[in-house]
Write a protein that binds this ligand. Structure first.
Ligand SMILES: [Zn+2]
Length: 241
């Protein structure tokens, strides 16, 4: 059941919350997920930036605080090692839904962050010229204000009610166009983006692999292979790095 990475030229991996679970990062969906405890409409929706940004920071500021001590786990390190050990004619693209930055911390270089990064803060005003800045302040007491325009500052992540930004969306499609190996790891295989990505990969003839704790319900036929278990256990076994 091992995957011989040397046989592939364009490897695309999509990761979700299951990859960061062993690093102590709480998942959002599922029975112990954040959204079971916090109302999405109050703490996670883009409309709150206008009327109650403090709630957004109360929730996502906690995640920032977690990241001060969280470390990448063997799943992150396995994916980073794959990329570092490629031949010059091979390409590796890591597309992640996670906003925790742990892939980069583990050493992954070609990372597309579909949902942005919790490690940066930016202005909520689209007309403002303030660039996103690295920020480890949790701002849980008060929503910070933009030094340039006076508007509300926000974590640089995609909130509910927002689209995936054009650049990471385009970069992902570009990588999938020529991929010959596609893995979806630690995320549901039946909802977007995994469901569309695997169809794109299947369309261009890639080998398609699903790795997750939970099985697909219903099973997505675009995945040829399915491995069920924890990412930090399955990935070292699948790739023997
Ligand atoms: Zn501003």
């Amino acid at each position: 059941m091992k995957i011989d990475i040397s046989r592939y030229k364009q490897i695309v991996v999509l990761t979700g919350a299951g990859v960061s679970a062993a690093s102590g990062i709480r998942t959002y969906r599922g029975k112990d997920g954040v959204w079971q405890e916090y109302d999405v409409q109050v703490y996670g929706h883009v409309d709150r930036l206008e009327d109650n940004p403090k709630k957004i920071w109360q929730l996502f500021g906690q995640l920032r605080d977690q990241l001060k001590t969280a470390k990448p786990n063997i799943a992150h390190y396995t994916l980073a090692a794959l990329e570092q050990n490629l031949r010059p004619d091979q390409q590796f693209t890591l597309i992640t839904q996670n906003v925790d930055g742990l892939h980069q911390q583990a050493g992954s270089a070609n990372v597309i962050e579909l949902h942005g990064t919790i490690r940066k803060t930016r202005c909520a005003n689209p007309d403002c010229d303030l660039a996103p800045v690295d920020d480890d302040n949790a701002h849980t007491e008060e929503a910070p204000r933009c030094p340039s325009c006076g508007g509300v500052l926000r974590p640089d992540i995609v909130l509910f009610g927002e689209q995936i930004p054009a650049l990471p969306s385009w970069q992902s499609k570009k990588a999938l166009r020529e991929c010959d190996l596609f893995l979806s790891i630690g995320t549901s295989g039946v909802v977007s983006p995994a469901s569309n990505f695997v169809r794109s990969a299947q369309y261009v003839g890639a080998r398609t692999i699903y790795v997750n704790l939970d099985p697909m319900l219903p099973r997505n036929p675009a995945f040829q292979e399915e491995y069920l278990g924890r990412a930090e256990e399955l990935l070292p076994a699948l790739f023997s790095v």
